[in-house]
Design a protein around this ligand. Structure first.
Ligand code: HEM
Length: 154
């Protein structure tokens, strides 16, 4: 990374941590609200998830905390997000779903942070989500091609 990129990333990491601190007291409610919104605005994705979501909520939160914690070391995050993206491909998650989840996630964060939410938080989350979702989609696309090749070879 260039010096400018390193500064951008550490400023973003500071903003991401600060915004998570803001919503930490209402984290459970925020995650429940995120899924409610996702399923009411995009009912077509409900069937991909298990009927009972509780363990799921916990894993999503852990993935977000992992992203923020290691944000300054993308080389450590990439393999984990690539593997996550390959698993998501198998869950049936497609490119258009990533945009939907990103919009719902940012909307929910903004609502729970309330007046403390600023365009700088918004920008940092857009970049972080784009990084995570981009790594996942890329790995998912490769996994898809490999599956196709195996089908052709079979
Ligand atoms: C940056 C974006 C995302 C992150 C960080 C994320 C994170 C996670 C994590 C950590 C899990 C736990 C299981 C595992 O590790 O494989 C999971 C499962 C899952 N996610 Fe995501 N996810 C993201 C985007 C999406 C999108 C866009 C969808 C589509 C609606 C989605 C649907 C699912 C489903 C269906 C499961 C599996 C549920 C199950 O069968 O247990 N995720 N996700």
């Amino acid at each position: 990374m260039t010096d400018d990129q390193t500064m951008r990333v550490s400023e973003d990491q500071r903003l991401l941590k600060a915004s998570l601190d803001l919503v930490a007291p209402v984290a459970d409610e925020l995650i429940a609200s995120f899924y409610d919104r996702l399923f009411s605005t995009h009912p077509e994705v409900r069937g991909m998830f298990p009927a009972v979501l509780d363990p799921q909520r916990d894993r999503l939160l852990k993935a977000i905390i992992g992203l923020v914690t290691h944000y300054d070391r993308p080389q450590h995050l990439l393999p984990a997000f690539a593997a996550l993206g390959r698993r998501h491909q198998r869950y049936g998650v497609r490119v258009e779903h990533y945009a939907a989840v990103g919009a719902v996630l940012l909307g929910t964060l903004a609502e729970y942070a309330g007046e403390a939410w600023t365009p700088r938080f918004q920008g940092a989350w857009i970049r972080a989500y784009t990084f995570a979702a981009g790594s996942m989609m890329q790995a998912g696309a490769v996994a898809d091609e490999e599956d196709d090749e195996q089908r052709l070879a079979a």
